[in-house]
Design a protein around this ligand. Structure first.
Ligand SMILES: [Zn+2]
Length: 285
């Protein structure tokens, strides 16, 4: 199969009440591990890279690897660009082969966010690419985007409705109390707000800051219409922890084909757990 737009995958997920996990990948091994996991689970999959990873690996390499995965897999796979503030880079990634992009103009006033999102939606429609936009401000650290606790802002349900109506954006990430990175305590998720947004907005909603949210709370979010669940930090940390452990036990092993094996296994195992949690096992068509 070819890489697919995530729009129909997420529409179906929202309709049927399950979630699709979007995994942030940083290396070829991480990409392969989450693809293996999704295949084993017969689940649709969203591969995701941040702007930092695009700068690190290059959009063409990421697209090529994702396309190879899609060609060999018999599950639908989408490739998404996470939190991008740069219109030119979004356009570049769409033309390189990304099938989904996030325009993050959440730091701008509402009208400007609308304007910037609309511009991306127009081109994306022509290219059959999914678009995600953010309202409110998700706290925490995602690459070089840092939002302090005081600056984090929850999305307003009325604004969400208006935003989706005027921009035509097919997926929306409303800030509802989650944060990027690992939580110090429990996240303070505003479920009532998600419910209100969900009543007004019929497009799939996106849960950012999915690392370390207690399982029951993730399920609750999904039941309220959050169809895309982003997992970045947890996956990255598990991958690195596995490497650290390997080198502690085998300080003289210098073969990447050896030390990457347990790291890959760790990522795969974690990915399967997340897919199970999201409820998308067997949902691949
Ligand atoms: Zn995010």
């Amino acid at each position: 199969m070819k890489l697919v737009s995530s729009t129909p995958l997420l529409n179906e997920a929202r309709e049927e009440g399950y979630g699709i996990v979007a995994f942030n990948i940083h290396t070829l091994e991480m990409l392969q591990a989450v693809v293996d996991a999704a295949e084993e689970c017969r689940s649709p999959l969203i591969l995701q890279s941040t702007v930092g990873t695009v700068k690190h690996l290059g959009a063409d390499y990421i697209v090529s690897a994702a396309q190879s995965a899609a060609k060999n897999a018999n599950i639908p796979i989408a490739l998404h660009l996470d939190h991008c503030q740069d219109y030119d880079l979004i356009v570049k990634c769409m033309y390189a082969g990304y099938t989904s992009v996030m325009i993050d103009a959440s730091m701008f006033p509402f009208e400007q966010n609308v304007e910037k999102t609309k511009k991306v939606v127009e081109l994306a429609k022509i290219l059959n690419v999914n678009v995600e936009a953010e309202l409110g401000k998700v706290g925490g650290v995602e690459d070089d985007i840092v939002v302090s606790e005081e600056d984090a802002l929850l999305a307003d349900p009325k604004e969400c409705e208006e935003f989706v109506e005027v921009t035509g954006v097919p997926t929306l990430a409303p800030a509802i109390g989650t944060a990027h990175g690992i939580y110090k305590g429990e996240p303070n998720i505003d479920f009532k707000r998600i419910d209100e947004i969900s009543r007004r907005v019929k497009v799939p909603l996106v849960l950012h800051g999915g690392s370390g949210i207690p399982a029951e709370q993730v399920k609750h979010c999904i039941s309220l219409g959050m169809a895309k669940v982003n997992v970045a930090t947890e996956l990255k940390n598990a991958f690195s922890q596995s490497l650290i452990q390997f080198f502690e036990e085998n300080p003289t092993e210098f073969d990447p084909r050896k030390y990457m094996v347990p790291a890959k296994e760790t990522v795969k195992k974690l990915a399967i757990e997340k897919i199970e949690l999201a409820g998308s096992i067997g949902k691949a068509k």
